[in-house]
Design a protein around this ligand. Sequence first.
Ligand code: ATP
Length: 221
Amino acid sequence: MTPTGSHRKLAFFGGTFDPVHCGHLSIAKTLVELFGLDLFFFVPAFHAPHKPNTKPTSGYHRFAMLSLATADEERMSASTLELDHAKSRYSFDTLSELKAMYPDDRVIFVMGADSWMDIRTWHRWEEVLLLTDHIVVSRPGYAISFDHVTDAVKGRIVDARGETNSIPIRQTPHIYFTDAVHFDVSATEIRDDIRDDDVLDRTDDVPDVVAKYIEKYELYR
Ligand code: ATP
């Protein structure tokens, strides 16, 4: 029996994914192995509440790129959960919905270090952190600290940085920190690159299928 009994470990990675890049995909691949995840869902936001002044590319395009990028990965999928709501939603509402949808499984929310450091700006942030399991992934250029969270949240933290083999999910919800992923790229850099040069120069930063899609549909020009 695994430490979590027969419950499946389902990870949900929220973001704009405008576009999905190799940093996002490297997170998924690494976490599936490291935590023995059963499924890893990319959940593109309709419109991120914390980015009110920027209008993302159509959800259809962002979803299509995620679907292409994960087509050959058995455990990875693109989810329409947020796009189906067709409005900006808080993570608290999404995680509450996911818990209700999967009462027999472990719901694990995934975020990068920049999101962790900004967490206090999130609606009902402490409840978000105490509602389910979380995995926080290091990101180049972003230092991680724990000073900004409450003692209740600190009591949930499992600092697994340095562990590269396997990290067991405990019986009760925790917040796991890992530095097993190192991919220095952002979607902003990719969009800026195309806008500046009219072509995607950073070809190592997105999968070929995504690069072809961006080209075909003339995104980010
Ligand atoms: P943008 O530059 O448009 O803000 P982004 O590259 O940060 O985009 P998002 O879709 O906003 O990508 O990110 C979704 C999640 O992925 C966030 O939690 C973010 O912290 C995390 N993330 C994105 N890129 C990386 C990376 N290279 N390493 C670690 N985490 C990352």
